[in-house]
Ligand binder design. Sequence first.
Ligand code: PLP
Ligand code: TYF
Length: 394
Amino acid sequence: QLSSVQPAPPDAILGLTESFLADPRSDKMNLTVGVYKDDSGITPIMRAVKQAEQILIEGEKTKGYLPIDGMADYRNAVRDMVFDGKVPNERAAVVQAPGGTGALRVSAEFLADQFARPRVFLPTPTWANHGAIMNAAGLEAVSYRYLSADKTSLDLPGMLDDLSANARPGDVILLHACCHNPSGVDPDAQQWEQIAARITELKLFPLIDFAYQGFGDGLAEDSVGLHTMLRHVPECLVCSSFSKNFGLYSERTGAVVMMAADQAAASASVSQIKRLVRCNYSNPPRHGASIVATILGDEALRRTWKSELMEMRQRIHRLRESFVKGMQEVAPDRDYSFLLSQKGMFSFSGLSPMQVDQLRSEHGIYLVGSGRINVAGMAEDRIDWLCEKVAAVL
Ligand code: PLP
Ligand code: TYF
């Protein structure tokens, strides 16, 4: 009965934002949760999104259920955005899903249901939710090395060695397509070639988390790893999220994007995924997908959106540069230049849990305990203040 239920531990990252909101200090700074913010500290609605919503308000004819696999215009637009013509249409399939998280959960349930040995290799470290999602779907999670001991660069030999030593044909391997969460460390083009070659040789099945397309170097640039994989492997699943690149966080807009060996494999797989969706959330939400389909299907809106996405990306780059420069001034014996080559919103600051505690309690600066910082949470005009406080706890 309910009286015997024990409370679950709170979410480590979202719990910090609760403490942040309750903090009375006016000069506090939230560098925790992975949400983009502008200089005034708010997560803006993109202009292209507002315009698309205006169009939808005028023209939307029904709130009737979408098909189980989602809206056709959305599915086609997502396929083109993710695969960019690199996969023949008959081998490609898209199932709309509630956010990137929904896409991951649906994919994992499908793989657990259909694959002979339900096992997935996860990078260390990875997004905190990956392990929980995979386990909840019935996949056993095994880890592979990803970051070097200094936490600022890729341990490619370690990664490849772990896969060769421990993975067996048919195992699933989860990869971050770009903007690795939590480290910001991505493989370069040549390293992707080596990773794809090893995965192919070992006959592993790639499950590619694409939560930040366009947040690193650009929509096409951020697809280099994925497209390398597509050239090597016969099949894979991509879990796309439009929470970040369209700012549609709460609209739960994502997709499972599939490359199958042939048309029969694609359509059988989609039919199985639809079976799993039916007994879960039945069919996906309309609004976010309508927005994405409207923007991607309209030349002018698409241009507006791309330039807004570029602004976000450039702001993150600028913040990285200002922070590195600021730290050079206050802590010249430390080198933070590694932050410049890292991609997306996140990086490891190298701060210890004790230093993270001190930043929070003494200065109202909130970081995740691992020392991860959300660069996008910095305010451009308060970088010097931030650097001073970081230097004070070093
Ligand atoms: N994958 C990674 C690596 C993420 O960082 C996130 C969100 O922060 C997601 C997936 C989930 O995205 P969504 O909010 O669309 O469910
Ligand atoms: O900051 C991060 O890494 C993400 C943010 O339901 C997040 O975990 C947190 C909770 C959630 C979706 C995204």
